[in-house]
Write a protein that binds this ligand. Structure first.
Ligand code: SF4
Length: 371
């Protein structure tokens, strides 16, 4: 019920934001840990580098990065190499050391594509010294954004930005909860397009759009098998969710950076705390990715979501060489086995030959349809 994203329409809107509203467009590579609230408070729009799923772009990226880099990072470099019109609009990019993909792609963007680049270094632990470290990185990021945009980020506009992003989180959360009703007209693919639209256009445009969605009046769909997908995110252009839902299945939870990781936890706004402290706390301590050491959030979160959404099966999605999820595969598999939750481990790249993928999905869905 939510239409596919029309990239040309997005590009036209972004051009208007640049020309009419004097907004800067800042590309963000790391999937999480960069506070978009800070970018928005500098009167800029955070644009997630979210395009992917294209075998040709990935192959192009292999001219810069080795085959042992994840296909998402290689694909991103491929889009820059091909002068993708969306990425051509960017005024600057942010990258860092979120994972090996981020580290390698950031290096190549800086070296070959002549775009102002802001590098952020992330800690890997959640210890108190890591929190102080991240806060200092956010102070540096704030200064660089101010200098890039020519706009000062005040305490007030940062609070306003945090509140607006929380409204978006709530809106997404409420829509996702609609998927608990087994006759809901919404599908996982609807949420996929909705969140990618937000990743590309920012909060103002999204809030209006989300508020106009009329779920209640849409045609009801019944009897779909509820499944959860966890692991590597699903880029815009990757057809995996579509392939899954071609079966009699509904993806009720997308437990990845391109799904609930953004909106599962709201930012705890405490007016007595400085906004940068609030952001550092949220992004480090509530980070849902598997990059943090120790990685304590993923398994309990997935087990709770399986119960909450009455999930019949879990897909552990691992893009090849996606280190955080490759490293977590055995621990994740054992925990779900122990909890008696049927799980399909799906390691893949962006290959266009999907027959084998469909066969594996079909066999798994047939098996859980009897559970
Ligand atoms: S999280 Fe995984 S898929 Fe995403 S850039 Fe890093 S290695 Fe690649």
């Amino acid at each position: 019920m939510i239409p596919k994203i029309n990239l040309q329409e997005i590009i036209t809107k972004l051009q208007k934001f640049k020309e009419n509203d004097d907004k800067k467009l800042i590309g963000v590579f790391p999937h999480s840990l960069i506070p978009d609230e800070l970018i928005y408070a500098a009167n800029a729009i955070p644009i997630k580098l979210t395009l992917g799923g294209d075998e040709y772009a990935t192959t192009k990226g292999t001219e810069y990065l080795t085959q042992a880099t994840c296909p998402f990072a290689r694909g991103t470099i491929g889009y820059f190499d091909q002068a993708n019109p969306l990425y051509q609009l960017l005024d600057a990019c942010i990258g860092g050391n979120f994972c090996n993909g981020d580290l390698c792609a950031s290096e190549m963007i800086m070296k070959f594509f002549n775009i102002p680049f802001i590098r952020v270094t992330f800690p890997t632990t959640t210890a108190p010294f890591s929190l102080n470290f991240l806060k200092k990185e956010f102070i540096l990021l704030k200064e660089k954004l101010e200098s890039l945009t020519g706009n000062q980020i005040t305490r007030e506009n940062l609070y306003t930005s945090i509140e607006l992003y929380n409204q978006i989180r709530n809106a997404f959360d409420n829509i996702n909860k609609q998927l608990k009703k087994n006759n809901s007209p919404l599908m996982g693919e609807d949420l996929h397009y909705l969140i990618h639209r937000f990743f590309l256009l920012g909060p103002d445009e999204t809030l209006n759009y989300v508020n106009q969605i009329e779920i209640e009046n849409a045609k009801q769909i019944e009897d779909k098998i509820p499944v959860l997908l966890s692991g590597s995110g699903i880029a815009l252009g990757d057809e995996l969710i579509h392939l899954i839902e071609e079966f009699n299945v509904r993806l009720v939870v997308n437990d990845t950076w391109s799904g609930i990781h953004f909106y599962h936890e709201k930012i705890d706004i405490n007016a007595s705390k400085a906004p940068l402290d609030i952001l550092a706390n949220h992004y480090l301590l509530k980070n849902e990715s598997s990059r943090m050491v120790p990685n304590t959030r993923r398994i309990p979160r997935v087990l709770n979501l399986v119960k909450e959404y009455d999930v019949k099966g879990v897909i552990n999605h691992i893009l090849k060489f996606c280190d955080p999820y490759v490293a977590d595969r055995i621990r994740f598999k054992e925990a779900l086995q122990e909890a008696d939750i049927p799980t399909l481990e799906l390691e893949r790249d962006y290959s266009t030959s999907v027959e084998q993928l469909k066969t594996r999905l079909g066999a798994f869905f047939e098996m859980i349809s009897y559970v």
